[in-house]
Design a protein around this ligand. Structure first.
Ligand code: SAM
Length: 190
């Protein structure tokens, strides 16, 4: 399988009006997405945030759970938080997830169907990930989703995870776990 990293993007993301904003870090996102990243063998979990104070908060969370009192209390969680890399931009995450001269391919996710030059369903994306190719950096948004520019500039847009009907407002934590299961898990249904 190709190297796979995930990124939780706090800028540029959209607000309810579709404006480009910067969202606030949510502690639960850090823990839950790190646990999913570790469970599904991701190379790294990038927290993308341009604001130094928010980067410092992310570093404090990681430090506490990898070297602080909670690392001693819950050693398993230490392995999950150790996947976290705090970066200021998507470009920084992409550069860090390259391997040698192979730049990472950026894949993006969204809760709604968006137009894109290369949209993939989950089965095709899973096959592409399990074939040969450059590393994959899978982006998840916050707030009301990744900005239109980020989606448009990505190599691949994954189709939305669909539920039982039109209501579709998964948390990014849930979407991250479902996406990684579909892309990586050894499918017991086969
Ligand atoms: N309305 C936003 C959108 O269209 O993406 C939902 C934002 S949600 C709070 C944060 C992120 O979780 C999204 O940017 C996307 O990365 C992921 N996400 C949420 N629901 C999803 C779904 N049904 N399919 C794929 N990704 C989803």
């Amino acid at each position: 399988m190709r190297l796979l990293s995930i990124a939780l993007v706090h800028h540029p993301v959209k607000d309810a009006r579709g404006e480009t904003v910067t969202s606030t870090l949510t502690t639960m996102d850090v823990h839950d997405c790190a646990r999913s990243a570790r469970t599904f063998g991701c190379e790294a979990f990038y927290i993308v945030h341009p604001i130094p104070a928010q980067q410092a908060l992310a570093h404090r969370i990681v430090e506490h759970w990898t070297h602080g009192s909670s690392a001693k209390r819950i050693p398993d969680r230490k392995e999950a938080l150790a996947t976290v890399r705090v970066v200021a931009s998507i470009e920084e995450a992409r550069a860090a997830s390259a391997r040698g001269s192979e730049a990472a391919e950026v894949w993006v996710t969204a809760a709604r169907s968006l137009s894109h030059a290369r949209t993939m369903d989950w089965a095709v994306a899973r096959s592409a990930l399990h074939a040969d190719g450059p590393p994959v950096l899978l982006l998840f948004g916050t707030s009301w989703g990744l900005s239109d520019d980020v989606v448009a500039s990505a190599s691949v847009l994954l189709e939305p995870i669909r539920g039982a009907g039109p209501w579709n407002h998964l948390s990014v934590r849930a979407a991250c776990a479902i996406a990684l299961d579909r892309l990586v898990a050894v499918d017991s249904r086969r």
